[in-house]
Design a protein around this ligand. Sequence first.
Ligand SMILES: *Cc1c(COP(=O)(O)O)cnc(C)c1O
Length: 424
Amino acid sequence: MTAPYSEAHALALDAADPLRGFRDRFLIPRHGDGDQLYFCGNSLGLQPKATRAALLEELDAWAEHAVEAHFRGRHPWMPYHGFVREHLAELVGAQPGEVVAMNSLTVNLHLMMVSFYRPTRERPAILIEAGAFPSDRHAVESQIRFHGFDPATDLIELEGDEPDGTLSMAAIERVLAEHGHRIALVLWPGVQYRTGQAFDLREVVRLGHARGCIVGFDLAHGVGNLPLALHDSGADFAVWCSYKYLNAGPGAVAGCFVHARHADSRRPRFAGWWGHDQATRFRMGPEFVPTPGADGWQLSNPPILALAPLRVSLEIFHDAGMARLREKSEQLTGYLEMLIRERLDRVLHIVTPSEPERRGCQLSLRVAGGRERGRALFEYLMANGIVGDWREPDVIRISPTPLYNRHIDVLRFVRAVESWRDAR
Ligand SMILES: *Cc1c(COP(=O)(O)O)cnc(C)c1O
């Protein structure tokens, strides 16, 4: 038995982890007498213990103050979305005025495209990665049709050029060299949901801008997973959801970034009263004057009961610090990778790039032997309280998250796969 493979080793790593206390801030689902091994933060993050009280606080404010709760109580509703602003900006590396919590991811993506996808006959196209998340693909395709263009020619989907379907920077550079002149918008993932590949945002922006394209990001799998520097990346816009690594609950209020250079944008937008200049919003005049910055894209007054969990979640990220989380994340995922390579070589093939700078916490694992064998393993894991998720046709995604996962969880996962293999 090699040292890294012993429980003692994993437990020692956990004991030395400066972030180990954060696990206690979460409700870990149970399995039998113990905790689940929950590796599914890429899909739905766990519930922080403080969330319930934050929700009850708003229910109480509503009960006690009713309409006055907009101005009274610990967290008045009128400025409520502002309570998450600083932490959100910190998390994604933006100026406070560049971010806003609103709507859901796909809605925000459409709102951003209304302003930032302005196709012309010469430049009608959108570039995305092949195999993009269906919602993103539906969104861009419908936008192309909405403007009277044809996705058959104007939606460019870049196929992976590396053996496991991941993408080299050279491939992005090539497609932009060839088609950049007719690409209006590059919409790129921060972390690709299927392969777990992370991209150098600044480089994608540089390549896109060099060809005159607008560059926006979908950070559904990037936010709360990787340290981000959105402002410095130069991205025109970015959108993300908050129920994955951000642990803000099912369907949580999503996020949106608009670069400061567009703060006073005169681009067309779909407007609503909450995007109107705050100073004059309640004069209720007919003319729309946008609030400068990302706030100007808001439509409606925010759902307070859905924002409360986000406020709680962002406080946890602030306390932990994204740089420290990333350091632990690299360790945890590196440990998982090492154990898989050493012990499960014939069972699991790692699709996700092995360079730490080209991935977040997730490893996408292709199960040798095809779909049926993969499903059998996945179901065995679930039956044993080990929760990852399944992506057709043969991939299990396992995402050890630094806020609540431990080295011992990773080790137990690897041992469970070994038991399954050995029993067959
Ligand atoms: C999770 C995810 C979505 C989900 O969209 P919602 O609008 O939040 O339902 C969309 N795109 C990507 C890339 C995702 O990972």
